[in-house]
Design a protein around this ligand. Structure first.
Ligand code: CO
Ligand code: CO
Length: 358
């Protein structure tokens, strides 16, 4: 189990304990499927001797096996049980790592239990070191997730786009993803015509029509690992201006891809895309970073932005997704998933990047 790796890092960095609430870190460390515990506190407690105990609601009594766990029932005070676990693991003071996404109501109760004897730190200080570089088994899952994304793109090109509402297309994409994988990485984005100027547009009732550029952004999960792809297609005779923008974005995406190499900085990859778009005169319309790390979370480290200080290493996986968004006109984004392999970038998503005109 990967808990041992965390414990080694805890010792090296002089942390005494870790409190890990449900989320992708807990899954990464234990393989336990605890998706949602809502308001009921669920917490993995780990000490620097490598001992650990899970506190979980009794709802999980029949599903969590072969794992040291203390269950609590509705009506009981779970924090009394947590106090007992902390005692068993000899965690009464010291430097404690806390899951970054832990609910504040749980954390406030933990702070009270600690009586001022705990010093709290973000768990991601260490988890980032365990998660940024993927092992071969993780990369295989990401390849499968990327393949699903490619396959969905192929399938949707058979649809009759004209007259369809954005949300109809989003639903079709969602159904295909669910058919071919373990679920969505995130709610699909379909942004048509002038809506394409909003990078995170929510698919609405606008009907697709001739002359539109349509940004389509979605991803699939395979055993927890995400893909994330964007393609922009044209309906009918493409608008000249958007056609020009399309070629600039495609060029920027390719240049950023080629800038990926072991030892480069994340910001070098961002710079390659940004410089291309700036030179073409659209710098002001490229309003976000070039990409983000991808794995169990759809957005994780390393972030590929102008301030990206992470040095790229073998096994890191991230997106490259430059875009240009012109208010009143529309937008173009092209996004692929990339892994650093044998010193260079290798695309995981492979759907055609030439403009598709339907
Ligand atoms: Co995306
Ligand atoms: Co993305």
């Amino acid at each position: 189990m990967r808990i041992e790796k965390l414990v080694r890092l805890m010792r090296e960095n002089e942390f005494d304990g870790a409190l890990i609430s449900p989320g992708t870190n807990l899954y990464h460390l234990t393989g336990l499927h605890i998706h949602e515990s809502g308001e009921r506190i669920t917490l993995l407690v780990v000490n620097s001797d490598g001992e650990y105990q899970l506190l979980a609601p009794s709802l999980y009594e029949n599903t969590i096996r072969d794992f040291p766990v203390t269950f609590w029932r509705d009506g009981e005070n779970p924090y009394e049980k947590l106090a007992w676990i902390l005692g068993e693991l000899e965690l009464s003071s010291g430097r404690i790592l806390v899951e970054n996404t832990m609910r504040s109501d749980w954390l406030i109760n933990v702070i009270k239990l600690g009586n001022g004897n705990f010093e709290f730190y973000h768990l991601n200080l260490l988890m980032r070191m365990l998660r940024m570089r993927k092992d071969p088994a993780e990369i295989r899952l990401m390849e499968r997730a990327a393949k699903v994304a490619d396959r969905v793109f192929e399938e949707i090109l058979n649809l009759e786009f004209i007259g369809m509402r954005e949300r109809d297309l989003a639903l079709k994409i969602e159904l295909l993803i669910r058919e071919l994988s373990n679920g969505l990485s995130f709610e699909p984005i379909v942004a048509s015509g002038e809506n394409g100027a909003n990078p995170h547009h929510l698919p609405g009732s606008r009907r697709l029509r001739k002359g539109d550029f349509v940004i389509i952004d979605y991803g699939a999960k395979v055993e927890g690992y995400c893909s994330d792809i964007t393609r922009t297609i044209a309906l009918g005779r493409p608008n000249e201006k958007l056609l020009e923008i399309y070629e600039i974005v495609k060029d920027a995406q390719e240049r950023a891809y080629r800038a990926v190499r072991e030892g480069a900085l994340a910001r070098d990859v961002d710079g390659a895309a940004r410089e291309t778009i700036e030179k073409a005169g659209y710098g002001g319309y490229f309003t976000h970073r070039t990409g983000h790390g991808l794995g169990l979370d759809v957005h994780e480290e390393p972030f590929i932005g102008p301030d990206g200080e992470v040095t790229l290493r073998e096994g890191m996986t991230f997106t490259i997704e430059p875009g240009v968004y012109v208010p009143g006109l529309g937008g173009v984004r092209i996004e692929d998933d990339v892994v650093v392999k044998e010193g260079r970038g290798k695309r995981l998503t492979k759907a055609d990047r030439e403009l598709v005109v339907l």
